[in-house]
Structure formats: structure tokens, C-alpha cells
Design a protein around this ligand. Structure first.
Ligand SMILES: [Zn+2]
Length: 330
């Protein structure tokens, strides 16, 4: 008899340290650490950090579909289990290591093929157990995989953050790099940038009067384009602007699915760019559907309009959401 474990978001792949599975199902499983994580289904995505690509999860071959839970909300797709594979760009498709969903077990052996509920082989007279002759996987060995520092993977993976979420320092740098071009020095438009702030008011690439860290100047600010403000005032604008965005994302009637820190930071960057009201509605509606693996493609084209500066920004935001790579260079 072989024991299989469910796969949930955050579970690693055996390709590289940063590889991880994304969850999609509404059902969650509580890990040994007490955190509940979304289950993953066949057809969902995973990020492979070896080849830097996202791939689809497919059957690894060991466990037949009839022993897998089906998610009727998602159209009846079957759950993923440890040993399933990811079709990324790697030559050898990496396998999923179940770490966080191990309270959900499925036992399987060749006698299962003759179980009362499993009538298909009898009806069609097929040999029932072809797929159960696959050698038994050594799950506990895989479970002990460690990173380059010898720490168990299960101890090094990101914990999901619950509310209230707070944007991280990496998220702030990511945001400032997009709003001001660079963190310090002269950006590609010739503006001087100090700690991520442009202190001399300017028009952005679509003509909107802007100052500081992408703050849109409103009449009550009493700032003219070309006027220089203090670093202190720029910081105050940013704090105020960020509070509006974070309030929107943290409000219970808005985002109500769990997020990793980097997923939240990506959302902050998007909402900061699009605004906390109408500009946030679409992305919040999408994330609440719980289709995490669909977010990458959705973010790529989110409210880009005719602004040529936005597609590259959205690409890095999508990548941040999907993989936790905080790289805003452009
Ligand atoms: Zn790969």
C-alpha cells in the first residue's frame, strides 16, 4: 500500500529552492504549523525557479484519477498529489514534494482496482491495475529534502500572511523603482531621484502632474509643475497614498482570500498605480475568485490602456505575484 499526500500552495518542487506550487481550490488543508493553505488541482500552475517559468501541473503517473478528490466548483478537476509533475521549460519535468498538505492522505494499492466503487475496468473488461504497478515512491526521503544550507525545505518556505497585511520593505523598493525609475540618481527622464522620491514636480509620461513617489498632484496640494518640495513632504504624500491603497486591500469586504507577502506587495504596486477605487475593483474581484494561477496572465494586461510604460511594469508585477521575484528594473 502506498500513501499519497495532497498538494497545497507553497509546496516545493524538486527542481530548485524557489520553485513552488500555487493553490487554486477553495478547499484548504491545515498544515502542521496551523496555517490553512489552498489545495492544488491538476491543471493549476507552479513556478519553477530553475528555468524561471511557470508550468502546468500534470499527473505524475502513480495515483489514478479515481482515487483523487475532485473539485466540483472548478469543473470537476482532480486534486494534485505528491509526485505529480510540472511542465515547465526544464528538460526533466520537476516533481512536486508534498510538505504542507500531509494531513490529507490517500492510500492506494492494486487491490483498489477491484473496489466496489470502481466499476469501469469490469465493464470494459480491461486489466484494472496497470497504473498501480508503478514502483512505490519513497515519500519520506523526498520529504527530507533540504536547501543549500542544509535546512529542511519545510522550514524555509514562506509562510502565508494573514490580515492585516503590511507592504514589505522589498515591496516599497519595488514600488518606488516603478514610480521614480530608480531609487537614487538620475532616472531615464532626467529627473533627480532621492531615496525613491522625485522632489521637483513633473508631468508623468501621460502628462499628469506628479511629485515624490508617483504622487498625483491635486489642486489642494498647491504645487506647480517645476516646483520642488521637501523630502519630508514627499514622504508624507507617500505615506498617505499608501494608506489609502492598503486600507482598500485589507478591508474585509474586499480581498478575502489568503495571500503570500509577495502576492500582496504585487497588489499594492498595482493598486498604487491604478488607484484604490475603480482602479482596484477589477483586480480585487479577480483575486477573490481564488484562481491564483490565472493571476499572472490577468495582471499582464490589467488597465494598461494606451500607456506604453505599463506593459513592462505589469510584467514585473505579474512575475512578483507568481514567483516572489522583487525585480522592478526596467
Ligand atoms: Zn523548470
Amino acid at each position: 500500500m502506498t500513501v499519497f499526500y495532497a498538494v497545497v500552495e507553497g509546496d516545493p518542487l524538486d527542481s530548485a529552492k524557489g520553485s513552488r506550487v500555487l493553490g487554486s481550490c477553495r478547499s484548504t488543508i491545515q498544515g502542521e504549523d496551523g496555517v490553512r493553505r489552498r489545495m492544488t488541482l491538476l491543471g493549476d500552475g507552479a513556478w519553477c525557479d530553475a528555468c524561471k517559468s511557470a508550468g502546468e501541473i500534470v499527473r505524475g503517473g502513480d495515483l489514478p484519477d479515481r482515487r483523487r478528490m475532485r473539485d466540483m466548483v472548478s469543473g470537476g478537476r482532480h486534486q494534485a498529489v505528491d509526485g505529480d509533475q510540472v511542465i515547465c521549460k526544464c528538460e526533466r519535468h520537476p516533481r512536486i514534494i508534498s510538505v504542507y498538505g500531509r494531513k490529507f492522505t490517500i492510500t492506494y494499492d492494486r487491490d483498489d482496482a477491484r473496489a466496489p466503487g470502481d466499476i469501469t475496468p469490469h465493464i470494459y473488461g480491461k486489466q484494472p491495475s496497470a497504473e498501480s504497478n508503478v514502483p512505490v515512491a519513497t515519500h519520506d526521503e523526498r520529504f527530507m529534502l533540504s536547501d543549500a544550507n542544509g535546512r529542511l525545505l519545510r522550514d524555509t518556505y514562506t509562510q502565508r500572511f494573514g490580515k492585516p497585511w503590511v507592504v514589505s520593505d522589498d515591496g516599497l523598493s519595488f514600488l518606488a523603482t516603478w514610480e521614480s525609475g530608480i531609487l537614487n540618481g538620475v532616472n531615464f527622464q532626467g529627473h533627480h531621484v532621492t531615496d525613491g522620491f522625485i522632489l521637483k514636480a513633473y508631468r508623468d509620461n501621460v502628462g499628469i502632474p506628479t511629485v515624490g513617489c508617483g504622487h498625483r498632484i491635486v489642486p489642494s496640494d498647491h504645487i506647480q509643475v517645476g516646483q520642488t518640495i521637501s523630502l519630508e513632504r514627499a514622504r508624507a504624500f507617500k505615506k498617505h497614498d499608501l494608506e489609502r491603497m492598503e486600507r482598500r486591500l485589507n478591508n474585509d469586504v474586499h480581498v478575502h482570500v489568503p495571500l503570500f507577502q509577495f502576492e500582496y506587495d504585487a497588489l499594492v504596486s498595482i493598486v498604487y498605480n491604478c488607484g484604490p477605487n475603480l482602479g482596484a475593483d477589477g483586480i480585487i474581484r479577480k483575486i477573490n475568485m481564488g484562481n491564483y494561477s490565472g493571476m499572472f496572465d490577468f495582471i499582464l494586461t490589467y488597465r494598461i490602456g494606451n500607456n506604453p510604460g505599463l506593459p513592462p511594469r505589469r510584467y514585473t508585477e505579474a512575475r512578483l505575484f507568481a514567483s516572489g521575484v522583487y525585480d522592478a528594473s526596467h
